[in-house]
Design a protein around this ligand. Structure first.
Ligand code: GLC
Length: 573
């Protein structure tokens, strides 16, 4: 299809289906429209100079979130852990790892956040413990047939002497999902299931003690004042009875390439009963506490089942994150997400980056339609940094104008790119090691945040130590370089969050405007949003008041200001 040099949007044809989809939110349920900022504790701010971020460092920098305009913070795990998977291997759910501080530091962090009007969501890792958790240690020591082993998924091996794994499941991080243990007498013994690393044994959620323990952990943190939980691998807790073989590869992240068949380790119906029970725990507390599911399930109808009225409050919308930079794809995902989630009365969430995926400023600099990579290394085709940032900014303004709740990942407000040339010998993600380098893994999005362009470790730690190296380009993205600079990515995010709040975009309704094929144009309340993914500039309506743009506007052929390629504009018209 060819386009005239500029086009004027027809502003009078809202899509009634989309309009009907979003219901205004009761003000009480803050999470329905919240902007939630993800802090990755290792990499946000290092208070003691050891090169690893910590809770006192976070507390000292919480004002950054308030200044940005975030409603809540979600922190990745900071619990006692041997850090085989950066803290997603928990050895004690009720204490803080000394690397990050102490329980008192956690209390101080929650108190400071609340003082600033920021709610606190913590990570809960219920699918597996660390192999250094007392339960797993006891299970190893007690041997086969013991009650201690029943809390995990120990099975006899196949083959004549049990030398083969019990089934064919693969670990998400590569390699077998089973490891054989020596029995207490030293003979080769049973195998245990670990959908992730060897050091992350899966719990058996049919065991009542597992259920009781996790509810007690919920209460422990609710008692300390947290406002909610991000539930790790929420679709994995229950496995199909009998643990049947699964004749397919695991996809990069918890999906499957099964062509529609549901894998026996993911998204089993039994998980819902667990979340119904958790919901009751949360509802028994004062305040407005919430649960958000990390569930890599498709299609959106399946995801919606996690956020039915008596289950969780939110689920991450990974379909949006995974959509390609094409207007039709994005529109389809947006429509479907809103439709399916509003059918169960839940808000949609939107997310573009987190600690598990290539940062969107780099991802969107890769060829459109390319497979989403699990990390990028120096040997791979490099993203186009300028194009990536331009599209990332446009994608962000698109996302923040949508009704529902939005998740930001630390550093995206600086336009931070992925570290795409990290030396292999510093990599820590078990994925890299378990796949023998076939998958680069997630270290590139976990690099410490640059605060000051001319300070050691760009202000992350006073000593200059940094657990992962920061690329030199991070200096240009430092907070102090962008603060107060009109048009900087940081100031764009701030302005967007301010306007989003002032115009109630998060609780609004989306009404599409029909226009050119490669343009996303919609109204949300008083705001008209135009995201141009096509090659030709799109003229804004006559007299439009420009509220915010992700890139410079150009002059349209009709003389009116126009939105050029890969730019999103918020206007009042
Ligand atoms: C989730 C986390 C990821 C972790 C995995 C295993 O996907 O986001 O970082 O490696 O679960 O706990």
């Amino acid at each position: 299809m060819t386009h005239p040099a500029t086009q004027t949007q027809d502003l009078t044809t809202p899509d009634p289906a989309a309009r009907a989809a979003a219901e205004p939110a009761p003000a009480r349920e803050w999470w329905r429209s919240a902007v939630i900022y993800q802090v990755y504790p290792r990499s946000f701010a290092d208070g003691n100079g050891d090169g690893v971020g910590d809770l006192p460092g976070i507390t000292a920098r919480l004002a950054h979130l308030a200044e940005l305009g975030a409603d809540a913070v979600w922190l990745s795990p900071f619990y006692v852990s041997p850090h085989a998977d950066a803290g997603y291997d928990v050895a004690d759910y009720r204490d803080v790892d000394p690397l990050f501080g102490s329980l008192e530091d956690a209390d101080a962090m929650v108190a400071r956040a609340h003082e600033l009007g920021i709610r606190v969501v913590v990570d809960l890792v219920p699918n597996h413990t660390s192999d250094e958790h007392p339960w797993f240690r006891a299970a190893l020591a007690a041997g086969r047939g013991s009650v201690e082993r029943e809390r995990y998924l120990f099975r006899e091996g196949r083959g004549e002497t049990g030398e083969l794994p019990p089934n064919d499941w693969r670990s998400v991080f590569g390699g077998d999902a089973w490891t054989r243990v020596p029995e207490p007498d030293g003979t080769p013994g049973q195998w245990y299931l670990h959908l992730f690393d060897t050091k992350q044994p899966d719990l058996d959620w049919t065991h009542p003690e597992v259920r009781e323990e996790m509810e007690s952990v919920l209460r422990f943190w609710l008692d300390r004042g947290v406002d909610g939980f991000r539930v790790d691998v929420a679709h994995g807790l229950v496995k199909a009875p009998g643990l049947p073989d699964w004749d397919h590869d695991q996809e990069l992240l918890h999906g499957s390439n099964s062509g529609g068949e549901r894998p026996p380790m993911w998204d089993q119906d039994g998980v819902h009963e667990i979340y119904r029970s958790w919901r009751k725990v949360l509802d028994s507390y004062p305040g407005d506490r919430m649960l958000v599911a990390e569930a890599w399930v498709a299609p959106a109808e399946r995801l919606a089942s996690y956020v039915r009225p008596d289950e969780m409050h939110q689920a991450f919308n990974f379909d949006f994150l995974q959509a390609s930079w094409r207007a039709a794809d994005l529109r389809a995902v947006i429509d479907r997400s809103i439709r399916e989630l509003s059918a169960v009365g839940a808000p949609t969430t939107w997310v573009l980056s987190n600690h598990d995926v290539v940062r969107h400023a780099s991802r969107l600099g890769l060829p459109v339609g390319a497979r989403r990579p699990n990390g990028i290394s120096a040997g791979d085709p490099q993203p186009d940094a300028e194009l990536g940032l331009r599209r990332a900014r446009a994608a962000t303004l698109l996302m923040l104008a949508l009704p529902g709740s939005a998740y930001l990942y630390q550093g995206e407000e600086l336009g931070l790119p992925e570290h795409t040339t990290m030396p292999h010998d510093v990599r820590q993600d078990p994925t890299y090691h378990r796949t023998e380098g076939d998958e680069v893994g997630r270290d590139g999005c976990r690099v410490p945040v640059p605060w000051q362009h001319d300070a050691p470790a760009f202000g992350f730690s006073r000593t200059g130590e940094s657990w992962l190296p920061q690329p030199s380009a991070y200096g240009h993205h430092a907070v102090d370089v962008q603060r107060g600079v009109p048009g900087s990515t940081y100031e764009m995010y701030r302005a967007a969050l301010r306007l989003r709040r002032a115009t109630a975009l998060g609780t609004g309704e989306l009404a599409w405007l029909d226009g050119a094929e490669q343009v996303l144009a919609f109204r949300n309340g008083a705001v008209l949003v135009v995201a141009n993914l096509g090659p030709e500039p799109v003229s804004l309506p006559a007299g439009a008041e420009v509220l915010l743009v992700s890139g410079d506007l150009v002059a349209g052929s009709d003389g009116r200001p126009a939105v050029p390629t890969d730019v999103t504009a918020w206007v009042r018209a």
